[in-house]
Design a binder for this molecule. Sequence first.
Ligand code: ATR
Length: 261
Amino acid sequence: MQFAVIGHPIAHSLSPMLHETWLKAAGLFGCYTTLDVEGDGLEAFVQKVRKRQFDGINVTIPHKSAIIPFLDRLEPAAARAGAVNTVYWDGEELVGANTDGTGFARALATRTNAKNSLVIGAGGAARGIIPMLPGHVTVMNRTNQTAEQVAAEFGQSAVPWSSTLDLTPYDVVINTTSVGMAPAIDQTPIELTATAALICDIIYRPTPTRLLREATANGLDTLDGVLMFVLQAAEAFERFTGHKPDIALGEQVIRKQLEES
Ligand code: ATR
């Protein structure tokens, strides 16, 4: 079996290590590679997939929305998010799925039953996550208009961007922006005020981010992006192979790799 993750840039993806660990554990003979595909090469790449050169692919920045017109069908979550991170075969049909939102929601559910969440950011990742969250969601984004649009679309509310927002109304705060991601690891999207919230970051490189380090220093609970990354990959793996992978094994392999790199 042949799989790949496509993006630009893509070289440092941890997806091959994770999927190949699971392929091996399932006794499946397969290969999972990274492919650097630029925007103007996307359609030609999907034509290769159509020739059955790939049994499934993962899709990352900047192609999550751009790939949609080239697919035969979308799962409802992908249609709602307007973003696809997984492409698999259903018979003769090439189907787009979004497992980012369910991956995050499953990771969050291991920690708390969110009633009132603040989502920072309103991009593709936020659009996948917002509809999967239980309870009420407030969206805050650097570009306020996007926050208002996304909140309205999902029947939620928005607050104007402020890095010093009062966090006391929220039981969960989730950073879905790229602020704090390598290489700009000294940045943080929000200053933490006294709050009882669980502070989450979907970034897993580095982990912990500055946001999560500051949360810990303030005595707050944190959830980093590693389990979400592993769970979104697990849901992709199931669609690719029909096998349920070992989540704990996946998390262990990724945390070890992140510690060593
Ligand atoms: P993704 O698919 O990872 O969500 P995206 O769709 O490009 O990527 O969205 C990036 C998000 O991070 C957006 O919400 C963006 O805010 P804008 O809508 O204002 O662009 C947010 N973002 C990126 N860089 C940021 C920064 N330096 N400060 C605050 N927000 C930032």
